[in-house]
Design a protein around this ligand. Structure first.
Ligand code: GLN
Length: 279
């Protein structure tokens, strides 16, 4: 069967199973099987698929039809222009989180400094920051040993091995260390958030998504604990849910930070709150 026909059929099948982006999913999965890019696919759609590729593609389409995230099926996802390996032990990097990277870059424009990403997952934020700030000492920590192994693997593939990834329950392994910039995309969904039953999120680790206190528990803990790990004048930036801005700003203010603010993402939604530690 010709590649373009194979693609059209797969897209139709994914549409029927409710994928929000059936054509794109089919293209990305076929590119993955054939180890080509999408331009190649558009140019050579009249070629015939070999039977092995076809069988592998059919299996991926079937899994996608059951809802499996494309990023887990291909084992990769692009973030900040970096190609990252993914694993079902970590959250899939999201475009929304690029707002957090931008905000960190804007506050970390010195030549050097110490940067910390808590709950690093694939390493996306730490590696994006390191790719832009070669003079900085960048650390990423994660509670999950699989996440730490994955982040180290991503760092070495991207030639960013100077980024340090450690296993740590938030700040637990960082006793006595202080940073100019601390960022996190912690779990912040309430455990009854209807969003948890939809789309890719169903397949992601709950520990990376859900927090107590209506999703605010980890955000509050980080605002408190970061004070012992920020240099004077250092910034804490936290990604959070669209309706959590006011609560997170209040936590920052009560904890004694200044210049507290909430920033919006590309969709003009509250997404990141931050404060400067002055002590
Ligand atoms: N933004 C994610 C979502 O809505 C949640 C990520 C998180 O809890 N850190 O799926």
């Amino acid at each position: 069967m010709r590649l373009d026909v194979l693609l059209a059929r797969a897209a139709k099948r994914l549409q029927a199973s409710g994928s929000p982006s059936p054509r794109l999913d089919a293209e990305v999965l076929l590119c993955h099987v054939l180890e080509v890019d999408r331009t190649w696919l558009y140019t050579w759609g009249d070629r015939e698929a070999d039977s092995l590729s076809r069988a592998r593609f059919d299996a991926l389409i079937a899994a996608r039809g059951q809802g499996a995230p494309v990023a887990y099926l291909t084992g990769e996802r692009e973030f900040w222009g970096l190609s990252l390996r993914t694993h079902d032990a970590t959250l899939i990097p999201r475009p929304d989180t690029e707002s957090l990277v931008e905000a960190a870059l804007a506050r970390g424009d010195a030549e050097e400094g110490a940067f910390l990403d808590l709950g690093a997952g694939t390493g996306a934020i730490a590696l994006a920051f390191a790719s832009e700030r070669p003079g900085w000492q960048v650390t990423g920590v994660d509670l999950s040993p699989q996440a730490v192994a994955l982040a180290r693997d991503n760092a070495s593939r991207l030639g960013l091995s100077r980024v340090r990834f450690l296993e740590s329950d938030w700040f637990a392994s960082l006793e006595g260390e202080r940073f100019a910039l601390v960022v996190a995309n912690p779990p912040y969904l309430a455990d009854d958030d209807p969003h948890l039953a939809q789309g890719d999120v169903r397949f992601e680790p709950r520990s990376a998504l859900v927090a107590g206190d209506d999703g605010l528990a980890d955000l509050y803990a980080l605002v408190h604990e970061a004070r012992r790990h920020l240099l004077a004048g250092g910034w804490l930036l936290l990604e959070h849910g669209l309706e959590q801005g006011a609560a997170v700003r209040q936590a920052f203010e009560q904890a004694g930070y200044d210049q507290v603010a909430t920033l919006q993402d590309l969709g003009a939604r509250d997404r990141v709150s931050l404060g400067r530690w002055k002590a």
